[in-house]
Design a protein around this ligand. Structure first.
Ligand code: GLA
Length: 737
C-alpha cells in the first residue's frame, strides 16, 4: 500500500519509492506537512521534522510550520491555500482533522479535467476530511499517488455542512511547504508567437507569482512552476514541478518566508473570485499535479510527459499514430473555393500527407476576420455543395478531412449576434471591448452550451470529418454573467470554464473518433486542462523554424511531443520574415506532431521531392517522435545552436537533431554528447538525409561512447561539399545492431 497511516504518531505517508509526502495530525488537530520530495522509508516516523506540541500559533507567530492546507489569519502570515468567509464575515478557520479514507485507484473529479487511472492498481488515493466547526465547513483533501510515477495529484472539495452561507475566496488546488531554501523558480512565460520561454531566477524573500486573469491560461504564462535547487541542470539535481490541470484564471506562486522556508501554491486565481456555498452545497477545486525528481529538469519533464500522454490525454487517439496533416491557413488564408481546396488536397496527397485541414473561412460570409463567428453554416459562395462533397473529394484522394471551428466566439457582424446579442459576455449598459472584431459567448449559461453543442454537432454530422481544430482567439473582457445574481459575479470566470469543459466533454464523447486539436491563437490555451479533451494542441502561430526551436524547447518542459502540433510553412516566414532551408523547417517540426501549412500547389519539383522524403521519414519514425523519450540537449536560448533527441522506449532507436542557428567563423571543435542511450549497445549512426553522392559507410559507435563523447559537430563534411551557413540542421538516426 503506497499510503501508510501510523496511528501512534498520527502520520500519513504517501510513498512509492520515487517520492514521498509525509503529513501528520498536529496537537491542535491541524494537518501538518512534514516532508515532500525525495523518497523516504515508509517504516520510519518523521514526526520530529514537524513542530512539537503545536497547539496553534499563539506565542509562536511566524514560525515556518509546514501545513497541508494553510488558512488565513492564524499567525502563519504567509499566503493561505484556503480562505472561506463564515456567515459572520470573518475569514478565520480552524481546520481540524476528522478522518481519512485510503482507496485504491483515483475517483473522477466532478465536471473538471483530471488525470485518471485505467486500473485501480495504478494509484492509491487518500481522502482526508478536515472541518471547521464554527463555519460548518468540511474540507476533503484528496491526494493520489501513482504507483510507478514520481507524481501526486491533489484537489480539494469544500462542503457547507452548516446552516449559514459561506463564501470561498481562495481555494488553492495545491500548497507545498518546503522547510528551507534556496530554490530557483522556473516559469514558462511569453507572448503571442513566442510562447513558453523558460525564465529562471533565484527566489528571494517575498512572493513571486505568475498567473492569468484573462479567462484563459493565455500565451503569457503557463499554469505551472518549477522549483529547482540551484545548480540543477537538465540531468542532475533536485526539483519539483507543480502544474494545474485547468484552462482559466490561475495563480502559481512561490513565497520565501522570513526564516527561509518556501511555500508554493497553485490554483484558481483568488483575485475577483468568490464562490458562494449555500447550506448543503459543495465546491470542487481543479486538480494540481506535483512531480519530484533528483534527475534534473529532464527527470521532471519525463514524469510529466508520461503522465500527460498516458493518463491525462484520453480516448481513441491517445495512443494512435497522429496523422501528418496539411493545414490551409498560411497557404491560402480566406481565399479559397471547393476546386482550389481539392487541388491543394491533391498536391498534399502526392506528398504523402494523410489529413487535409480546412482552416478558417468556410462558414457564414467570412472573407476576413471581421464577421460570421457563430454562424456555423457553410458559405455556399465558396463551397456550393457544402462540406459533404468537399470531404468526399478529399477522401477520394486517400486523405482524411479536418475542419477549423471557434465555437466560443461570436462576431458582432453575424446572424447569431443579431438573434442573441445578450449571449455575448459584457456588462449591461457598458460598452464591450472587441478583440479581433469578436466577442466571447457566455458559456456559463447552459442555453449557450446547448446551442453550441447542437450547432457544432450538426456540422460534424454533415460530412465525413475526422479532425477538428478548436480555436479560441481572444480573452474575456467586461466579465459578467447575465444569468448570475449580482452577489455571485465572482463565480463567473470559473463557471465559464465549467461550461466550456462541458461543451468539450459533450462533443468529444459524441464524436469519439474525431481527433481534436486545441488552439488559442497558437499556444494561448495550451495547458493540462485542455489536454484532457484534445490530445494535441497548436503550439504557436509562429511557424518560423528558429523561433519554433525556442517555443518547442520551452513547451517540452511540460508537454510531450505527441501534444505539440508543429508545421513546416513557406518562406519568407509569415510571422518573422526569415528564410530558412526547407530541411531545417522539417528538422524542427519532426519533434512534434508534423504538419505542413503552405500551398502545396506552389512548390517546385525539388521541394516536392524533398517534402515527400520528409513525410516518409517522419512516418517511418513516427512512433519514436510521438511516443519516445524526448531529451533536451542544447538550449537555443542565447546560443548559436540547439540540439535535442528522441529515444525509443527500448533504447534501440534514437533520432538526434542539431541546428546551427548562426554560423561563426573558426568554430572551436565541438561534440554533441547524447543522453538516454543504452551504454551497452552498439548503434549504427546514419545521417539523414543521406549525404549527396551516397556518403560513406555508416559508422558504428558504442552507446557508452555516444554518451561520453557524442557526435562530432565539425562543419560540413568536405567530401560531400555541403555548404556551411546559418540555419542549417543535421539529423542522425541511431539504430542498435
Ligand atoms: C488563429 C489560429 C491560426 C488560424 C487563425 C484563423 O490565429 O491560431 O492557426 O487558425 O486563427 O483565423
Amino acid at each position: 500500500m503506497p499510503v501508510t497511516w501510523r496511528g501512534a504518531t498520527r502520520e500519513l505517508h504517501l510513498h512509492n519509492g520515487r517520492l514521498s509526502l509525509v503529513m501528520a495530525v498536529l496537537e491542535n488537530g491541524w494537518l501538518g506537512q512534514l516532508h515532500v520530495g525525495a523518497p523516504l522509508d515508509p517504516a520510519a516516523s518523521y514526526r520530529h521534522l514537524g513542530p512539537t506540541d503545536f497547539r496553534g500559533f499563539s506565542n509562536r507567530v511566524d514560525e515556518p510550520i509546514g501545513l497541508a492546507v494553510p488558512t488565513a489569519g492564524s499567525g502563519d502570515f504567509r499566503a493561505p491555500a484556503l480562505v472561506v468567509e463564515s456567515p459572520d464575515g470573518s475569514g478565520v478557520l480552524d481546520l481540524v482533522y476528522q478522518a481519512h479514507r485510503i482507496v485504491a485507484g483515483k475517483p473522477d473529479l466532478d465536471g473538471l479535467p483530471s488525470t485518471y487511472v485505467e486500473d485501480a492498481a495504478e494509484a492509491t488515493t487518500v481522502e482526508i476530511d478536515l472541518a471547521d466547526r464554527i463555519a460548518g465547513l468540511r474540507v476533503t483533501l484528496s491526494l493520489t499517488i501513482f504507483e510507478d510515477r514520481p507524481v501526486i495529484a491533489r484537489s480539494m472539495r469544500l462542503a457547507n455542512e452548516g446552516g449559514g452561507r459561506l463564501v470561498v475566496r481562495t481555494a488553492m488546488s495545491a500548497s507545498l511547504d518546503l522547510p528551507d531554501g534556496p530554490w530557483d523558480l522556473l516559469t514558462l512565460s511569453g507572448a503571442w508567437a513566442r510562447e513558453r520561454r523558460p525564465h529562471r531566477a533565484a527566489l528571494l524573500p517575498g512572493r513571486r507569482s505568475v498567473g492569468s486573469l484573462r479567462g484563459a491560461t493565455g500565451h503569457q504564462q503557463d499554469p505551472s512552476l518549477f522549483l529547482l535547487r540551484p545548480g540543477t541542470d537538465e540531468s542532475h539535481g533536485d526539483g519539483f514541478v507543480v502544474s494545474l490541470v485547468y484552462s482559466g484564471n490561475f495563480l502559481a506562486e512561490a513565497e520565501v518566508g522570513p526564516r527561509g522556508s518556501t511555500r508554493t501554491r497553485i490554483g484558481l486565481h483568488p483575485e475577483g473570485f468568490a464562490w458562494t456555498l449555500e447550506p448543503g452545497a459543495s465546491f470542487t477545486s481543479p486538480e494540481a499535479v506535483i512531480a519530484w525528481s533528483s534527475d534534473g529538469l529532464g527527470g521532471l519533464s519525463d514524469a510529466l510527459h508520461g503522465l500527460f500522454r498516458e493518463r491525462l490525454a484520453r480516448g481513441f487517439w491517445r495512443d494512435r499514430p497522429r496523422p501528418v496533416l496539411l493545414n490551409s491557413w498560411e497557404g491560402v488564408y480566406f481565399d479559397f473555393d471547393h476546386d482550389r481546396l481539392v487541388e491543394m488536397a491533391r498536391a498534399a496527397a502526392d506528398l504523402g500527407v494523410e489529413l487535409f485541414v480546412l482552416d478558417d473561412g468556410w462558414f457564414g460570409e467570412r472573407d476576413d476576420d471581421t464577421s460570421s463567428l457563430g454562424d456555423w453554416q457553410v458559405d455556399r459562395r465558396k463551397l456550393p455543395g457544402g462540406l459533404g462533397p468537399l470531404a468526399a473529394d478529399v477522401e477520394a484522394l486517400g486523405l482524411r478531412f479536418g475542419l477549423w471551428i471557434e465555437p466560443e466566439m461570436v462576431s458582432p457582424r453575424s446572424r447569431l449576434f443579431e438573434a442573441h446579442p445578450d449571449w455575448a459576455i459584457g456588462v449591461p449598459g457598458r460598452p464591450r471591448t472587441e478583440s479581433r472584431q469578436q466577442l466571447v459567448l457566455d458559456l456559463s449559461r447552459p442555453a449557450v452550451v446547448d446551442h453550441l453543442e447542437a450547432a457544432i454537432a450538426a456540422i460534424l454530422e454533415s460530412a465525413s470529418i475526422s479532425y477538428v481544430k478548436w480555436d479560441m482567439n481572444r480573452n474575456i473582457t467586461e466579465p459578467y454573467g447575465a444569468s448570475l445574481p449580482a452577489d455571485r459575479q465572482g463565480e463567473f470566470f470559473h463557471r465559464y470554464l465549467l461550461g466550456t469543459y462541458e461543451l468539450w466533454r459533450r462533443l468529444t464523447s459524441r464524436f469519439p473518433e474525431v481527433l481534436f486539436e486545441s488552439c488559442a491563437g497558437g499556444g494561448g490555451r495550451f495547458d493540462p486542462g485542455m489536454l484532457a479533451y484534445a490530445p494535441q494542441a497548436w503550439t504557436s502561430d509562429d511557424t518560423d523554424a528558429i523561433e519554433r526551436l525556442a517555443i518547442q524547447w520551452g513547451a517540452s518542459h511540460l508537454y510531450p511531443l505527441s501534444s505539440m502540433g508543429a508545421h513546416v510553412s513557406a518562406v519568407p516566414n509569415h510571422q518573422v520574415g526569415r528564410t530558412t532551408p526547407l530541411a531545417t523547417r522539417a528538422a524542427v517540426a519532426f519533434f512534434g506532431v508534423l504538419g505542413y501549412e503552405l500551398d502545396p500547389r506552389a512548390l517546385d519539383d525539388a521541394e516536392r521531392d524533398e517534402i515527400r522524403a520528409q513525410v516518409a521519414f517522419y512516418r517511418e519514425h513516427r512512433e519514436v517522435f510521438q511516443r519516445g523519450r524526448f531529451i533536451r540537449l542544447r538550449s537555443p536560448l542565447g546560443r548559436d545552436d540547439a540540439a535535442w533527441m528522441v529515444v525509443a522506449p527500448d533504447r534501440r532507436r534514437a533520432i538526434a537533431a542539431h541546428v546551427q542557428i548562426l554560423q561563426r567563423p573558426v568554430p572551436p571543435p565541438d561534440r554533441l554528447r547524447l543522453r538516454g542511450l543504452d551504454p551497452g549497445l552498439a548503434y549504427r549512426v546514419v545521417p539523414w538525409p543521406a549525404p549527396a553522392g551516397g556518403g560513406r559507410e555508416p559508422v558504428r559507435r558504442g552507446g557508452d561512447l555516444l554518451l561520453a563523447a557524442g557526435l562530432g559537430l565539425e562543419p560540413e563534411d568536405p567530401s560531400t561539399g555541403a555548404a556551411r551557413g546559418d540555419f542549417r540542421a543535421r539529423i542522425w538516426v541511431l539504430t542498435a545492431d
